[in-house]
Design a protein around this ligand. Structure first.
Ligand code: ZN
Ligand code: ZN
Ligand code: ZN
Ligand code: ZN
Length: 225
């Protein structure tokens, strides 16, 4: 795509002085007009070129919107092929399916791979964090989106089993959905967690014979509403 004439004449004057890309919003600049993009600005306190303070540049923002600056997603190397409006890049990065996420178990020291590609996170959890420790299993539910998206939904988890006498037993929990990585701290009776006591896991679960570990499989269904 050829750039509009004005942009060609602007040359690299509008590029971020740190990542050298067209700047993602909110675009910052210093008193001398050096540009720092909204992503790089999180890593610096002052302009790297002249050490003066940074502020949001409404002028640069206006140019970015008027000339519809676009950028390939920063996670291009990891597989994202989206081209995003520079003004929307920060939003996109928070939702991008190819971003790295912090494993929720890393805070408690139970994971050495703090950052995991989101698209492999499910596999990571299954392979690395599949042990029951303590006296219950805690479920919470996140959505790959922001708070506004999360607040629209509830999650219901149901576990069930048909006993030998043919009787069916079931239990269910309904919890709100939270935004990805807004995992609420667990407190007793937290409304954000479905707590399945180990006793119930044993009651509803079926023991699977396996060589070096005890595995339990249990039948669940869920509903998002
Ligand atoms: Zn930058
Ligand atoms: Zn400067
Ligand atoms: Zn992306
Ligand atoms: Zn982990």
């Amino acid at each position: 795509m050829t750039k509009p004439r004005v942009l060609r004449e602007l040359g690299d004057l509008m590029d971020c002085t740190i990542c050298l890309e067209e700047p993602a919003s909110p675009i910052h600049s210093c008193a001398n007009g050096h540009i720092i993009c909204g992503i790089c600005v999180d890593q610096v306190k002052k302009c790297g070129m002249c050490q003066t303070d940074l502020h949001v540049s409404h002028f640069a923002e206006r140019l970015s919107r008027q000339f519809e600056f676009t950028l390939p997603c920063r996670n291009q190397n990891c597989g994202c092929d989206e081209v995003v409006a520079a003004a929307e890049m920060k939003n996109h990065l928070q939702k991008c399916y190819f971003r790295y996420v912090l494993c929720t178990e890393s805070k408690s020291g139970r994971c050495d791979d703090a950052k995991v590609p989101l698209k492999e996170y499910g596999k990571h959890l299954q392979e690395r964090h599949n042990q029951i420790t303590g006296d219950a299993i805690y479920f919470w539910m996140t959505v790959l989106g922001n708070k506004e998206t999360a607040e629209k939904y509830m999650f219901e988890l149901k576990v069930f089993k048909t006993l030998k006498n043919g009787k069916k037993v079931e239990a269910s929990w309904t919890i709100p959905i939270v935004a990805f990585h807004d995992r609420p701290k667990y407190v007793e009776d937290s409304p954000f967690y479905a707590v399945v006591p180990v006793r119930m896991v044993k009651e509803f679960g079926t023991q699977i014979e396996s060589e070096n570990s005890h595995q339990i499989r249990f039948v669940t269904s869920y509903r998002i509403f």
